[in-house]
Design a protein around this ligand. Structure first.
Ligand SMILES: [Mg+2]
Length: 309
């Protein structure tokens, strides 16, 4: 199995000391958490924090695009769980001295994004500090047609698919991507995903996460991975594949599923869902491997690792 990302390793250490709350349906280690509110009511929750200089460059993109990204990355986690966005809370840390035009631009961006993603801003808190702009969003959702999907549930022999091309998102797509909520709900309505996540840190980091949660291995077919033209490397080259595997912030869905029947495939296509088959799950003992030019190699996790030094 490939190396565990630093963020995951730090979390694993901390989690040993945290008790699991009695109402927890899904805990840390997936794209969302889910808690039971009553015998038949589940709330789906996720939090993602983005920081100026790391996840966006405020001077270049402006406050509206930064605000949109802050909500979109969270809604993408709800999509990963095939859950329906409901509302969000905002934690805003403005650089000192607080500027009114920055605040107004951010709030206009959040208002637009809330309409676009059908997810209402219902509260939050604003602070000021000596540091970069920080946008912390906590999103609330409700379970979709299959309940709350997670990264666990893939079986050996499943098909691995993604919903769109990967790589090169730094050229602008990381700000403008559309969270795959409609696709996730269509997939769930058809009963397709066994395990699912969104590709935020790059397929080379995120596929091993899905495999660990599902206790399976994988064989990724390098020439089947859809590469976005934005990678700026020759189509079909290893350089282009590496960008698709490692760049991250694609926010496409990665899922494990049984082979699609012609009827389900036609139904998904009619709903505008495009699944690109990129490999298969294998026994855990085989690890996560990449086939390229006739031979296979361990998939190296070179995607985004926030805490790596
Ligand atoms: Mg995620």
């Amino acid at each position: 199995m490939s190396e565990i990302p630093t963020e995951d390793a730090w979390l694993a250490g901390a989690l040993r000391d945290l008790a699991r709350a009695p109402g927890t349906v899904l805990g840390i280690g997936h794209d969302v958490a889910a808690v039971r509110l009553a015998s038949d009511r589940v709330a789906v929750l996720a939090k993602d924090v983005i920081v100026d200089g790391t996840h966006f460059h405020l001077d270049a993109c402006g406050p509206r695009a930064a605000a949109r990204k802050a909500l979109a990355v969270n809604v993408s986690d709800l999509a990963a769980a095939a859950s329906v966005p409901v509302a969000f809370l905002l934690g805003l840390v403005l650089p000192r001295p607080a500027r009114r035009d920055l605040f107004d631009g951010l709030m206009a961006g959040f208002a637009d994004a809330a309409r676009e993603m059908d997810c209402a801003l219902i509260g939050g808190d604003t602070n000021v500090a000596d540091g970069p702009l920080v946008l912390s969003v906590t999103v609330l959702g409700r379970p979709g047609p299959m309940g709350v999907l997670s990264r666990a549930g893939a079986r050996v022999g499943d098909v691995l698919s993604v919903t769109g091309p990967l790589g090169g998102s730094g050229h602008g797509r990381h700000l403008t991507f559309r969270p795959r909520v409609a696709e996730a709900l269509a997939l769930a309505a058809a009963g397709v995903p066994r395990a699912m996540m969104d590709v935020s840190d790059g397929l080379s980091r995120d596929l091993p996460r899905l495999c660990r949660a599902s206790e399976v291995g994988a064989l990724l077919e390098g020439d089947a991975v859809p590469v976005h033209p934005d990678v700026g490397a020759p189509a079909g080259s290893r350089a282009a594949l590496d960008r698709a595997l490692d760049d991250g912030e694609d926010f496409e869905l990665l899922l494990a599923h049984a082979p699609l029947s012609p009827r389900v495939a036609a139904d998904l296509a009619a709903r505008g869902v495009r699944l690109v088959r990129i490999g298969t799950t294998r026994p855990a003992a085989e690890g996560v491997r990449l086939r390229w030019e006739g031979s296979s190699e361990p998939l190296e996790a070179r995607g985004w690792d926030h805490l790596a030094t």
